[in-house]
Design a binder for this molecule. Structure first.
Ligand SMILES: Cc1cc2nc3c(=O)[nH]c(=O)nc-3n(C[C@H](O)[C@H](O)[C@H](O)COP(=O)(O)OP(=O)(O)OC[C@H]3O[C@@H](n4cnc5c(N)ncnc54)[C@H](O)[C@@H]3O)c2cc1C
Length: 494
C-alpha cells in the first residue's frame, strides 16, 4: 500500500536549477525532499565568479521563455516572478559582426527589426518574417508533445491525443538539415549564418541537426531575451533562498557516490562520506551519463553524440569608449562549416572561431566598477577530455588576437584574464567532458532518443535537468522540473 506523500522521502542528487526547482515543487505537493550537492555552492552550471570589481556569470547568460519562470514562481509561491527577480528585457538581443565587417542588431521589437533588415539586407525582409511565421506554426504544433509533457519517444505518435500532429509532420522537416532549411530561405549568406547559430543553443551543429530547430529562433524573437538584474546567478540564489526558507535540508559538499537498489526498487543513496540516506524516491539532477556510469555503476558506453562544450575567458576590461559591444555580441568566424567540422568531427578547438561576448555591465552597472567592464567570452569547443592544459594560453591569445584584429578590443585594456575550459565545466557540474547540454540534436532521431525522465528499470528513480527530456538551457530545465514533479505526484497517492 502507498504511504501518503507527507511520509515520502525524496532524495535529490544535485542542486542545479533542475534540482532546486524540483525540490521546491515537490515540497509544495507535500513530499519531503532532501538535496545533496557535491559542490560548496548551489546552481551547478549557473555559477558566478568575481575578479576584483567585476562579477561574471560563468554559465548561462541569456534567458528566454520567461513565462516558464513566471509559472514556476506561481506554482511554488503563488506570487508573481517580479516579487523575486527583476527581469530586464534585452533589445536588441544581440549584435552580430560578420566576416565582411558588416553588423546586424537583432531587435525583438518588430518595427525596429524591420528597419534594421531594410538597412542590412532589404531583400531578406520578407523571407525573415515568413521564416518566423513557419517556425511559429511548428512550435505551436509540437510544443505539447516535445517540450511541455512527459515524452515516450516514438510511442507518442500512437497516442490518440497526438493524431492531429500526423498531417503536420512534413512541416517539421525532420529529415532536412537545419543549415539547408535556413539556406532555402535566405540568399544572404550572413543571415543563413545568423540562423544557423541557433543550433548551438542546444550544443548542436546546424550542418547535422534537423531543421526542426527552427523553433529556437522563433522562441527568441517572439519571447525576447531577458536578464535578471544582479546577474543570471540571482535565479539560483533566489531558488536557494526559498529552499532554505522552507527548511528543505540542503547538504552542500556532499557528493553522492552510489544509488542503492534492491528488487527493482531504489532504497536510498550513499554519499562519498559513507552516509546512507534512505529514500522512497530518488531524483538525479546530475548529467545523465555520469549518473548511469558513476552513481548507478552501470556498464554504459560514452554517448557518441555529446553536445558541444565551451572554452571561455573572463576578462576584466578597462571601460571601452568605442561602444561597439552591446549586452550580447557575436563575432562570427569566416567559415562556419569548417568551425563545426572541427568541433564535431575533428574534435579540435577551431582556429577560426565564432566568439560570443556577454558584457552585462552594459545593462547592469552593479556588475563592474566605475572604469571597468566584465566580458564573459564563450567559444564553442568539442566535448573531449582535456589532456594538454598548456595549449590553453595559446588558444586564449588566439581569441584575443581575433578580437583585436576586428577592432573590438585593445590588448592593453585587458586588466585580468581567467581561462575556463571543458575540464572546468566537467569538474563544476559533472557534465561528461564538459558537454553543456547533455547529448546534441545532431540527428533526426535525437529528440526521440534523449534520456527520459524515469529510469527504465528502477521506477522510483527519476532524472531532471539539461541532459534529459526535454533538453538543456534554463527554460527546458525548468520544464523538466515541472514534468518530473508532476510525474512523481501523479504516481503517489495524497
Ligand atoms: C558556459 C555555459 C553557457 C550556457 N549558456 C546558456 C544560456 O545562455 N542560456 C541558457 O538557457 N542555458 C545556458 N547554458 C545551459 C544551462 O546552464 C544548463 O542547461 C542548466 O544550468 C543545467 O541545469 P541542470 O538542472 O541540468 O543542472 P546542472 O547545472 O548540470 O547541475 C548539476 C548539479 O549536480 C551536482 N552534482 C554532480 N555530481 C554530483 C554528485 N555525485 N553528488 C551530488 N551532486 C552532484 C553538480 O555539482 C551540479 O550542482 C549554459 C551552460 C554553460 C556551462
Amino acid at each position: 500500500m502507498n504511504r501518503s506523500r507527507s511520509q515520502k522521502n525524496v532524495v535529490i542528487i544535485g542542486s542545479g536549477i533542475g534540482g532546486l526547482a524540483t525540490a521546491l515543487q515537490l515540497f509544495k505537493k507535500g513530499f519531503h525532499p532532501l538535496i545533496l550537492e557535491k559542490n560548496s555552492f548551489t546552481g551547478g552550471k549557473m555559477n558566478r565568479r568575481s575578479i576584483q570589481d567585476c562579477t561574471f556569470d560563468t554559465g548561462p547568460s541569456l534567458l528566454t521563455m520567461p513565462f516558464l519562470l513566471e509559472q514556476l514562481f506561481q506554482t511554488i509561491e503563488n506570487k508573481p516572478l517580479s516579487e523575486f527577480l527583476n527581469l530586464l528585457p534585452i533589445d536588441p538581443i544581440c549584435r552580430y559582426f560578420f566576416d565582411d565587417e558588416s553588423s546586424f542588431d537583432a531587435f525583438t521589437n518588430r518595427d525596429a527589426l524591420r528597419e534594421e533588415l531594410q538597412r542590412f539586407s532589404p531583400q531578406s525582409n520578407k523571407p525573415f518574417f515568413a521564416y518566423l511565421q513557419h517556425s511559429e506554426k511548428v512550435y505551436t504544433a509540437t510544443k505539447d508533445v516535445f517540450l511541455f509533457n512527459k515524452f515516450d519517444g516514438f510511442l507518442e505518435f500512437f497516442k490518440p491525443k497526438n493524431f492531429s500532429l500526423l498531417p503536420q509532420l512534413p512541416s517539421l522537416k525532420f529529415s532536412q538539415k537545419f543549415h539547408d532549411f535556413n539556406a532555402s530561405y535566405f540568399n544572404d549568406k550572413r543571415l543563413v549564418q545568423l540562423f544557423d547559430r541557433f543550433a548551438t543553443y542546444n550544443g548542436s551543429s546546424p550542418y547535422l541537426a534537423p531543421a526542426t530547430l527552427m523553433v529556437i529562433p522563433f522562441i527568441e524573437f517572439h519571447y525576447g531575451g531577458w536578464y535578471p538584474k544582479g546577474g543570471m546567478y540571482s535565479l539560483a540564489e533566489t531558488l536557494t533562498t526559498l529552499v532554505n526558507s522552507y527548511s528543505i535540508p540542503l547538504h552542500t559538499n556532499e557528493a553522492v557516490s552510489e544509488i542503492v537498489y534492491k528488487n527493482g526498487k531504489v532504497r536510498g543513496v550513499v554519499s562519498e562520506k559513507g552516509t546512507l540516506y534512505p529514500a522512497d524516491i530518488v531524483v538525479s539532477n546530475v548529467d545523465f551519463h555520469h549518473t548511469q556510469k558513476y552513481i548507478l555503476k552501470r556498464d554504459v558506453a560514452l554517448p557518441k553524440d555529446l553536445s558541444c562544450s565551451g572554452f571561455s575567458l573572463l576578462l576584466r576590461m578597462k571601460k571601452q569608449p568605442s561602444g561597439k559591444l552591446l549586452h550580447h555580441t557575436i563575432v562570427f568566424s569566416s567559415d562556419y562549416k569548417q568551425e563545426f567540422d572541427d568541433i564535431f568531427e575533428n574534435k579540435i578547438l577551431p582556429n577560426d572561431m565564432t566568439i560570443y561576448i556577454s558584457n552585462t555591465s552594459f545593462t547592469d552597472k552593479s556588475q563592474a566598477g566605475e572604469g571597468t567592464e566584465n566580458w564573459f567570452i564563450l567559444v564553442n569547443a568539442p566535448a573531449i577530455e582535456v589532456k594538454d592544459k598548456s595549449l590553453q594560453n595559446n588558444y586564449a591569445k588566439l581569441i584575443l588576437k581575433k578580437l583585436e584584429d576586428r577592432g573590438i578590443l585593445r590588448k592593453e585594456d585587458v586588466l585580468n584574464i581567467e581561462i575556463r575550459d571543458q575540464s572546468t565545466f566537467q569538474q563544476e557540474s559533472g557534465a561528461t567532458f564538459g558537454a553543456l547540454y547533455g547529448s546534441s540534436s545532431n540527428s533526426m532521431f535525437s529528440a526521440f532518443l534523449r534520456p527520459k525522465n524515469q529510469d527504465k528499470l528502477l521506477k522510483n528513480l527519476y532524472y531532471v535537468g539539461g541532459s534529459t527530456h526535454p533538453g538543456g538551457g534554463i527554460p527546458l530545465v525548468v520544464l523538466s522540473s515541472m514534468i518530473v514533479s508532476n510525474m512523481i505526484s501523479s504516481h503517489y497517492s495524497t
